[in-house]
Design a protein around this ligand. Structure first.
Ligand code: ADP
Ligand code: MG
Length: 362
């Protein structure tokens, strides 16, 4: 068991590629933390630095308060699983899973007990005697995960373990991993570019972009209170809508002036603007939080439906009003392309971001 602290970690490859930039992250003991971000944002590099496979250019790594920056991967005792499963050829499934225990000279009886136990968890007991040759990617990844979980490392590091697995096995493994982690009470870092996976698995999500952590919060917080426009856009399906607006002082309330429409925010007092008459902002709202009406009502803004896209039992409407576009998520109903709808922007769901820094404004 271990808590992990990454302190001001920077990693530069070949004196020019900055893969990780001054990253500080605290992973609590027994926590399940997910690193979530687009391809190339530095997730794998961060994992390799935690495991000791990569040395940081600057910064320190602590396990349980002990500086392990110069400690070898073996001594750090981490179990790491990568995106592409590596099974050892010419060995049975049993031998593959038993491998790390054999290497550590664990007694034979104990090995058998632990391999059988973990095989049951991953539902591959019936395959133990088989050769690994010819097994599909999903089964191979189960074997690799079983080989990681048969050990008792300080921390589990899983780097996109389900990316190359078929969707049915992916869901099954997600459930198994969640259960395992809470039963074992072990620290786990889980890398994914799939927000659904991060949102369902993790206690806390570190949203990364360009080598930095942009927000580190619970799934609920990351979803409801994105700290900047990137997080708002990256999380959610589809992501948050953004409108470039100037917020202007009306008689007593604020008026949201977008590029092609204006909207009176009846519940936002002009005090919000302080002494200024006007402030340039980006206003964010989640697609499911827009109010969509199918007939005109005073104060609501007419938009045209340009596309209607079913996602599960919901409909995503792509809407346009002049230069302003929005996506709205509504229950399934019949909507025609070219039809008009009227849009309201409930204040309780509006997020304000600074137009320059793109950071959330309180
Ligand atoms: P992710 O896992 O989020 O996709 P990586 O950590 O693999 O991102 O990569 C981050 C950046 O560092 C990328 O620009 C990648 O090309 C670069 N990079 C990673 N490993 C190396 C390496 N060994 N040598 C040079 N550049 C690397
Ligand atoms: Mg990666």
């Amino acid at each position: 068991m271990a808590s992990i602290l990454l302190q001001n970690i920077t990693k530069v490859f070949d004196n020019k590629v900055v893969a990780v930039k001054d990253l500080t992250l605290e992973i609590p003991d027994k926590g399940l933390v997910s690193l979530l971000g687009p391809s190339g944002c530095g997730k794998t590099t961060t994992m390799r630095i935690i495991s000791g496979l990569e040395e940081p250019t600057a910064g320190k790594v602590f396990f349980d308060g002990r500086d392990v920056t110069q400690v070898s991967p073996e001594e750090r005792n981490v179990a790491m699983v990568f995106q592409f499963p590596v099974v050892y050829p010419g060995m049975t499934v049993y031998e593959n899973i038993a491998f790390p225990l054999v290497a550590h000279k664990v007694p034979k009886k104990e090995i058998r007990r632990r391999v059988e136990e973990v095989a049951e968890v991953f539902e591959i007991s019936h395959l133990l005697k088989q050769d690994t040759y010819n097994l599909d990617a999903g089964i191979k990844q189960k074997i690799v995960l079983a080989r990681a979980f048969v050990r008792k490392p300080n921390v589990y590091l899983l780097d996109e373990p389900l990316t190359n697995v078929d969707p049915a096995t992916r869901l099954e493994l997600r459930t198994i991993l969640k259960r395992l982690q809470s039963n074992l009470g072990q620290t786990m870092v889980y890398v994914t570019h799939d927000q659904g996976e991060a949102l369902t698995l993790a206690d806390r999500i570190a949203v990364m972009n360009e080598g930095r952590v942009l927000q580190y919060d619970s799934p609920e917080e990351v979803y409801s209170n994105p700290r900047n426009t990137f997080v708002g856009y990256f999380i959610g399906n589809p992501g948050m809508n953004f409108l470039n607006c100037s917020l202007q002082a009306g008689e007593s309330v604020c008026i949201m002036q977008a590029r092609s429409f204006s909207y009176v925010l009846k519940n936002l007092s002009r005090d919000f603007l302080g002494d200024s008459e006007k402030r340039e902002l980006i206003i964010g709202i989640r697609p499911e939080n827009l109010e969509i009406l199918f007939e005109p009502r005073e104060g609501y803004v007419p938009f045209e439906v340009v596309l209607s896209e079913p996602i599960g039992n919901r409909l995503v409407l792509h809407l346009r009003s002049g230069e302003d576009t929005l996506k709205a998520k509504i229950p399934r109903t019949s909507v025609e392309i070219g039809q008009k709808v009227w849009v309201g922007f409930p204040l309780e769901f509006l997020k304000f971001f600074d137009a320059q820094t793109l950071e959330a404004v309180e």
